[in-house]
Design a protein. Structure first.
Lengths: 446, 502
């Protein structure tokens, strides 16, 4: 077996050295009646060629859509070829967590650079080395907020325009605080600022908002920041589309205490929503409450610049039951892909690609508006928008699926009250022909 | 010629500045197609206060320079593909390349989690097949693939434990955790609101029945045990401990971080285990990626299925579907359906190590056997040169300590750093906590006898250096990219992001 170099002769030599007659004796500590027989119900081993054929036929067993306008938290973007090429290098992919800094400077410097870019994007002072995904980052942020606010019993105010899956992850992580969760109602497709102001006047510990929100709408973070800033609550933000920061200020600029985001758009293909990574940024004053790994710059014995994992006393392998989180393995390789993608885009590329996303989205919105019969919200959006239909969105999604493509997401899948909402995502990967066809389809079927 | 000179030369690699220092105005590493629809002016669409024309400080670098930057960074890393990586408890086995190729299949990469299910059938089938194989080797009835790492699996598993007790109205407040456990175990229990009842490992290095008996009360929600333990020892009493726990309607959680040692040898369900997580990035060969992504599927017995996180993947007459309708579920534990990219690799691996062509054995079993034999061989070779914490037949890893070297003023950390000079990644150090100055060595099945011999020769040489020239060991490493890194300064003068002023 090519993955097991131990030949029969090797095995004999090793057994002789340790003084055993057979390999069965290696497992003498497992009571005989509990041991499996050598032969048990398990498929036949496949060679490389067989594996290739197995997966190829599996993938070909059902059709892939010709084009997709699905977003809703996971977005298709053009990933430069250098990203998978560099990310796949053995030295990055087959290394462990950089606990030994002297021989892990590559991963460590990459994390340091990632932390720096995240601080620039979010306009925050502090970033960790990534968490699992956008939803768990947000849930960890709520837990961190509760640690910071440890003695109070105030409400956790959550925007009604938060992606329902994100809400469910918070509900799961914070099940012990379920009675403190309160949903802030909406005004149209945005957070109702008056309702938020009223809720802040009663005792509130945390405010959780998302922008662009589940309807693709850019919330007025500047106004929200002023409202929360006038209270004693902490403000936690979530972003599903970090590419939007190419044209939008980071929430840190408006006073957000913790900024979280889904990282997938930067570096990773949709791949069923995993693996991606979660962005998590905050303020230096909360450094010791931060979950996840952190890398800092320092020097080696010769005074040369070096990087190392730091403030590990927050983490489970030191603090055990007193740790800020149980997180150990995170999503380092996806974070690396995000870093490489961001470096490739750079200052100008990020602006250009964000502008292109806006242009494609506005183009489709305008095409649909021209039909006159379908109302398109005037709220500002980035690269997705929501249509309020006169019939269930599912009808359109099913029709497009029958034609072999995906026209968007039926939001009724996320919340049954939204079954007439169709969420459409357009990015730089779509061509004019595809955008025209989408607009035509909506006009004909909505 | 000295052994160290035979094996290595001092490593010189170019210094690599940060992206920010390489940046020059006007450079770009990205190209966009020519616009096919009118370009909009973002500042006209976005409320003025929130508009940002560009990200302050973002780097500007051309493609060639980006490639060199990351290739050079990669060269400052040690990896499995570079050499022997005996990091105990981490199972740094070879990561087969065919699995990478399969994980890059474009149709799988483009799969969007909210597509109509008819477009997701191949992806869901991959997940379903993986669940089936995990069931086959553990004996547990159902799996969820959603946890993104081992600790995430622990969180999911203990939440299921809690949901089970809450549903039954059981008043349970405590979970028994052996002192040899990974730090994630107690951290997880605390997150979920359980108190820890620690139990010491006995004189044989394993948890003894007599030490568990007095701890069994009606308040015990369950036990969390790593098996084989972090001492590399099989918990011989687990099946009997399970009976005690079940006697008070408690549940047995097995941390499967070290499953590599017993795959194909014993099914955890046969030991009384009710809930278990498996680290696909350890036992099933997916790359560690410098710290993730991992994947920590959780398996449970049938009576715990109602509590699994949603959605639950099911097979129907028309194909696979994601069922959200589980009223007793613990809810959602992450945004989507787990680290699918890792599931693909793990399934590919699990299919490659199946039943042998002759049909009378499995490569799974041969894998566990080779891993355990290799660890025992190292234990045997290092005997007399190092103190062996529990010098009994071990599982997949062996724990030694610096007890014999302390008289020369040399500690575990020094020995670990000296290994780097000889071209190895160090073993896991100072863990498990129950062994003072622990060094935990896990060779895995991937290594040849020559590699093991050379590593042991080096360890013996270092033991000799400790006695004869301890100053050399104390100043290590000197032949790699960086000498000892000042971790204290990183904490005292925190610099956690790049700024133009140093």
């Amino acid at each position: 077996m090519k993955y097991i170099p131990q030949s029969a002769q090797d095995q004999r030599a090793l057994l002789d050295a340790v003084g055993l007659k057979s390999t069965d004796e290696l497992f003498h500590f497992i009571p005989q009646h509990l041991r499996l027989s050598r032969k048990f119900d398990y498929p036949k081993a496949q060679s490389e060629a067989e594996l290739r054929a197995t997966f190829r036929s599996l993938v070909q067993s059902s059709p892939s859509p010709m084009v997709s306008f699905a977003g809703g938290g996971i977005y298709q973007h053009d990933i430069p070829s250098v990203v998978p090429f560099l990310q796949g290098r053995s030295e990055f992919a087959t290394a462990y967590t950089p606990y030994q800094p002297e021989i892990s400077q590559g991963t460590l410097q990459a994390i340091f650079e990632f932390q720096s870019l995240v601080c620039q994007l979010t306009e925050c002072e502090l970033s960790n080395a990534s968490l699992y995904d956008g939803a768990t980052s947000l849930a960890e942020a709520v837990l961190m907020g509760l640690r910071v606010k440890k003695k109070t019993q105030g409400k956790i105010l959550i925007s009604g325009a938060l992606h329902p899956f994100y809400l469910r992850v918070i509900q799961s992580y914070c099940s012990a605080f379920a009675d403190r969760l309160e949903i802030i109602p909406l005004k149209g497709d945005q957070l109702d600022h008056d309702a938020l102001a009223r809720a802040l006047n009663q005792s509130a510990d945390l405010v959780v908002t998302q922008s662009p929100n589940v309807f693709g709408v850019i919330e007025n973070d500047e106004a929200i920041g002023r409202l929360v800033g006038g209270s004693s609550a902490m403000w936690i933000t979530s972003t599903m589309e970090p590419m939007s920061w190419g044209v939008l200020r980071g929430p840190g600029a408006f006073g957000a205490h913790i900024v979280t985001a889904e990282g997938q758009s930067l570096g990773t293909s949709p791949i069923l929503g995993g693996a991606s990574y979660g962005i998590f940024a905050s303020r230096m004053e909360y450094l010791r409450q931060l979950p996840g790994r952190l890398v800092g710059e320092t020097v080696d014995e010769k005074g040369r610049r070096a990087y190392t994992l730091t403030f590990a006393t927050r983490e489970q392998f030191i603090r055990r039951e007193k740790a800020t989180s149980n997180i150990c393995t995170n999503q380092n390789l996806n974070m690396l892909a995000g870093l490489i993608h961001m470096a490739t885009l750079g200052k100008e590329g990020l602006r250009l690609v964000a502008q292109r996303n806006l242009s494609h989205t506005e183009y489709v919105k305008n095409q649909i508006r021209q039909s006159g019969s379908i109302s398109v919200s005037q709220s500002p959006t980035f690269n997705e928008f929501c249509l309020d239909l006169k019939k269930p969105a599912r009808a359109l999604v099913d029709k497009a699926a029958d034609e072999g493509w995906v026209c968007g997401i039926d939001l009724g899948r996320l919340n049954s009250a939204w079954e007439r909402k169709l969420l459409i995502h357009c990015s730089e990967i779509h061509t004019k022909t595809q955008l025209d066809r989408l607009a035509q389809f909506i006009k004909e079927n909505a | 010629m000295k052994l160290i000179d035979q094996l290595t030369a001092p490593l010189v690699s170019p210094e690599e500045p940060t992206l920010f220092e390489k940046s020059r105005a006007g450079r770009i590493g990205y190209s966009l197609p020519t616009a096919s629809v009118p370009e909009v002016d973002p500042s006209a669409l976005i409320p003025k206060t929130m508009y940002r024309p560009f990200v302050e400080g973002f780097p500007e670098i051309s493609e060639n320079e980006i490639v060199r930057h990351f290739v050079r960074l990669s060269q400052k890393n040690y990896s499995i593909d570079t050499g022997f990586y005996p990091l105990g408890s981490c199972t740094m086995k070879y990561n087969p390349k065919i699995n990478e190729e399969i994980a890059r299949i474009p149709e799988l990469n483009q799969a969007h989690p909210l597509w109509p299910e008819k477009f997701l059938q191949p992806a869901l089938k991959i997940q379903f097949e993986l669940q089936n194989l995990l069931t086959a080797i553990t004996g547990l009835d159902c799996f969820t693939l959603q946890p993104n790492a081992g600790a995430h699996g622990e969180y999911t598993g203990i939440r299921i434990m809690r949901a089970y007790h809450d549903k039954k109205g059981n008043k349970k407040t405590k979970v028994i955790v052996p002192d040899s456990a990974h730090g994630t175990n107690p951290a997880t229990c605390t997150m979920i609101g359980y108190d820890i009842v620690p139990v010491k490992t006995g004189p044989r290095g394993i948890v003894e029945l007599e030490d568990i008996k007095p701890l069994i009360t009606d308040e015990i929600a369950g036990i969390m045990m790593t098996n084989p333990s972090t001492l590399g020892l099989f918990e011989e009493n687990l099946h009997k401990i399970s009976e005690l726990i079940h006697g008070v309607d408690g549940l047995v959680y097995m941390d499967g971080a070290n499953f590599n040692a017993i795959v194909g040898i014993v099914k955890p369900a046969d030991l009384g285990v009710d809930i278990m997580h498996i680290n696909l990035h350890k036992t099933f060969s997916t790359p560690h990626g410098g710290g993730g992504p991992g994947s920590g599927p959780v398996g449970v017995r049938a009576h715990l299925k109602p509590y699994l996180p949603t959605p639950v993947l099911e097979q129907t007459s028309t194909g696979y579907r994601l069922n959200e309708d589980f009223p007793d579920s613990i809810g959602k534990i992450s945004g989507w359906y787990g680290n699918f990219a890792i599931h693909v690799r793990a399934l590919s691996y699990m299919l490659s190590i199946g039943t042998t062509p002759e049909g009378n054995d499995t490569y799974l079993r041969q894998m566990a056997t080779a891993a355990v034999l290799n660890a025992n061989y190292i234990r045997h070779r290092l005997r007399g040169h190092y103190h062996i914490a529990y010098d009994v037949a071990c599982g997949h890893e062996v724990v030694i300590s610096d007890e014999l070297q302390q008289k020369y003023g040399v500690k575990t950390l020094n020995i670990a750093k000296r290994l780097m000079d000889y071209g190895y990644h160090p073993m896991t150090v100072y863990f498990p906590l129950v062994v003072s100055g622990a060094m935990m060595i896990e060779p895995t099945e991937s290594e040849t006898k020559e590699t093991l011999d050379q590593f042991c020769n080096v360890m013996i040489e270092i033991a000799k250096e400790c006695a004869e020239t301890p100053e050399i060991v104390l100043s290590a490493p000197t032949r790699v990219n960086r000498m000892k890194v000042d971790e204290l300064r990183a904490q005292k003068q925190p610099r956690l992001r790049w700024t133009s002023v140093s």
